[in-house]
Design a protein around this ligand. Structure first.
Ligand code: MV4
Length: 673
């Protein structure tokens, strides 16, 4: 086994590879960008080298800098992980040229799979089933139109240089073909610099079923069964599972055989994935081959009991495959949910910020968390916003679904938006639980999966109020303990008053609206008057609570004991209950006294981005609607304007600064009427 391996990646996959290396006694070299100087993978590695700026192009994509570190550190092999340089044939070739082992396939195999039409030609020769269609070199309009007629509408136009759903166009009927072809060609030329088109029969409800293959340098090649990755949103996988629901032994054998033939056809070595479209009638068709270890490889590891990174290292150093095909089997069922920093309520806008709270289920053999971040780390705009992969195993699919739902309910993340609630709604959807999964699942069940978040429930508001009260109590007790007179009656915060129902108002902003919870002090806790929306009487809830050693809120609301994670940063509150989270802002009525409408005192970034222009100066008086600052995010410009006539009290960022979601951009003082 290698003495030392360089991991040319970051985040969860870098940590995952390092973990296997440690188990095998292989020393590890990490590389990191300036944004990752304090990252988890750097801390885990035996050695770490800075290779450049935050942007991937200035660091993780700098092949030469990475090779220099390998030579300098004495690493014998480079593990590329996935993404970045993992499917860069030039990098694989340069590694070989300088005597470094690239833990992956030969450069020629990467190149062979780089073009859809070339890949399909190779697969056709290897008798791997293809979708009925045309992928020839002759791109004459008439040839393509003739192919579409022969296939039968609807057909799918695909850019040969495309991938991941980019450059695809459905054509429903012959009369639309010519325009669609012209438009698809223009789009492909612009996006990929190539207008080569394939024409295929359009499968209306396909599943994405992929087969893990593994080949060594001695002609050995096996498959490690299939994964169903149909639960995708905009070609981003959301939940993956192995084995595929409803798979029959015969179909598994046929798909496995086709995948092995595909790998052998290109002289493959190492871990690879052959992606198929599985039609409703059980037909399957080659889609593409990924020449890297996939994000979702853990579900295959869980049902086969194999460590695929160990297989990669053993094969890369010239070893034989650890097991033969007959020695491999499917045991149980595994699922993986990808936890992302994104906001499903804002069209899955990527989220950035600080992971103020990051709690995962307790890990045990059947619950595995793959992550590259720790509580307190930043999620930046530079890299893929995946926070973690939650992987579970059950003895059958129902058990796996139950465990996935349970484990998702134990994920507590505060400080930025995540998709955890969305994942829980997918895992809990009846169609998913019955295994009725196709690539159109999310589109088909969108309304149920992404309901309007709506207003906070009475219970959530009660917990928010309880959090504020308990926090104040803790702070007062700490102040009293530190004061000269710890037992002073003024230090009491239980609100006790002789002959009076002492009460207090707490204000929150929920989904842009001001909400007031009235707190009545009662000996053993509080009586809370919690609004329930237009025209409904406030709910009266008895509540008491305390914080546990983790800082979690142990509450009793109307006799129901609830454990909630309530994370507060500045005036942002995140209340996380089992399986759902809600964000509120604590609102200080004094802001309104100064003529501020809720929230207008603080002009905050509606999303993470970069300040591109500041049009005002501190102290400047402006009228309502005057442009103050422009933010660029998601390739769009957002202009922050004056919410009322007033004065720019302070400007907190300059042009060029990156800002987190919710960051206060300017302080603004409204002119009193
Ligand atoms: C298809 C298809 C239907 N019919 N090809 C999407 C990206 C690329 N991997 C191929 N894709 C598709 N090709 C034919 N002939 C539907 C898709 C497709 C899809 C495939 C797998 C997983 C998710 C998908 C989402 C939308 C469309």
């Amino acid at each position: 086994m290698f003495d030392k391996v360089l991991i040319a990646n970051r985040g969860e996959i870098a940590c995952r590879v390092i973990r296997t290396c440690k188990r095998l006694g292989v020393r590890t070299v990490a590389v990191y960008s300036e944004a990752d100087a304090d990252a988890m993978h750097v801390a885990m590695a035996d050695e770490a080298y800075h290779i450049g700026g935050a942007a991937a192009a200035d660091s993780y994509l700098r092949g030469n800098a990475i090779i220099e570190v390998a030579e300098q550190s004495g690493a014998l092999a480079i593990h590329p992980g996935y993404g970045f340089l993992s499917e860069n044939a030039g990098f694989a070739r340069t590694c070989a040229d300088v005597g470094l082992i690239f833990v992956g396939p030969p450069a020629k195999a990467i190149e062979a799979m780089g073009s859809k039409s070339a890949a399909k030609a190779i697969m056709e020769a290897a008798k791997v089933p293809l979708v009925p269609g045309y992928h020839g070199e002759d791109q004459d309009d008439a040839i393509l139109a003739e192919a579409a007629e022969r296939i039968g509408y609807p057909v799918l136009l695909k850019a040969s240089a495309g991938g991941g759903g980019k450059g695809m166009r459905v054509v429903e009927r012959a009369s639309a073909f010519a325009d669609a072809l012209a438009s698809a060609r223009r789009e492909s030329k612009a996006a990929f610099g190539d207008s080569h088109m394939l024409v295929e029969k359009y499968l209306t409800r396909p599943r994405h079923v992929e087969v893990q293959v593994f080949a060594d340098t001695h002609g050995g090649c096996v498959h490690l069964f299939e994964r169903d990755c149909s639960i995708q949103r905009r070609h981003q996988k959301v939940i993956e599972e192995a084995p595929a629901p409803g798979m029959t032994p015969e179909l598994r054998r046929k798909m496995g055989e086709a995948a092995v033939n595909a790998a052998k056809a290109i002289g493959y070595v190492g871990a690879g994935t052959v992606e198929f479209l599985l039609d409703e009638d059980g037909s399957f068709y080659f889609m593409e081959m990924n020449t890297r270890l996939q994000v979702e490889h853990p579900v295959t590891e869980m049902i086969t009991g194999q460590d695929l990174v160990e297989w990669q290292l053993r094969v890369a150093e010239g070893g034989h495959l650890p097991l033969s095909q007959d020695e491999l089997g499917v045991d149980g069922h595994s699922m993986e949910a990808r936890i992302y920093a994104e906001d499903p309520d804002r069209n899955f806008l990527p989220a950035t910020g600080t992971l103020r709270r990051l709690r995962f289920p307790v890990e045990e053999p059947h619950v595995r968390v793959e992550t590259g971040v720790r509580e307190g780390d930043e999620v930046s705009i530079y890299y893929d916003p995946m926070i973690a992969k939650l992987v579970v195993w059950g003895e059958d699919r129902n058990a796996a679904v139950r465990l996935l739902r349970q484990a998702l309910g134990e994920v507590k993340i505060a400080g930025l938006s995540t998709n955890v609630d969305f994942l829980a709604s997918v895992a809990g959807h009846p169609a998913f639980m019955e295994g009725d999964v196709t690539t159109r699942f999310i589109e088909q069940h969108q309304a149920e999966l992404l309901p309007e978040k709506g207003k906070a429930s009475a219970r959530v508001l009660a917990l928010a109020a309880l959090h504020v009260l308990v926090k104040r109590g803790d702070e007062a007790r700490q102040a009293a303990a530190a004061s000269a007179d710890p037992h002073s009656p003024w230090a009491q915060t239980d609100g006790w008053r002789l002959n009076d129902d002492n009460h207090h108002e707490l204000y929150f902003i929920d989904d842009g609206e001001e909400v007031c919870v009235t707190v009545h002090y009662r000996g053993d806790g509080y009586l809370l008057e919690v609004p329930q929306g237009e025209g409904r009487a406030a709910a009266e809830l008895r509540a008491a609570g305390e914080t546990d050693h983790n800082g979690d809120l142990l509450a009793d609301v109307d006799g129901v004991r609830i454990k909630a994670v309530v994370s507060q940063h500045a005036d942002e509150l995140t209340i996380i209950l089992h399986g759902s989270s809600h964000r509120l802002a604590v609102f200080d009525p004094a802001m309104r006294a100064a003529g501020q409408e809720a929230g207008t005192g603080r002009l905050t970034a509606p999303m993470p981005g970069k300040v591109v222009a500041v049009m005002v100066k501190e102290g400047q008086k402006v009228e309502q609607g005057v442009q103050l600052l422009v933010l660029e995010a998601m390739k769009m410009e957002h202009t922050i304007t004056a919410p009322a006539d007033g004065t720019v009290a302070a400007i907190h960022f300059a042009a060029g600064d990156q800002v987190d979601d919710g960051a206060e951009l300017l302080s603004f003082e409204v002119v009193e009427e």
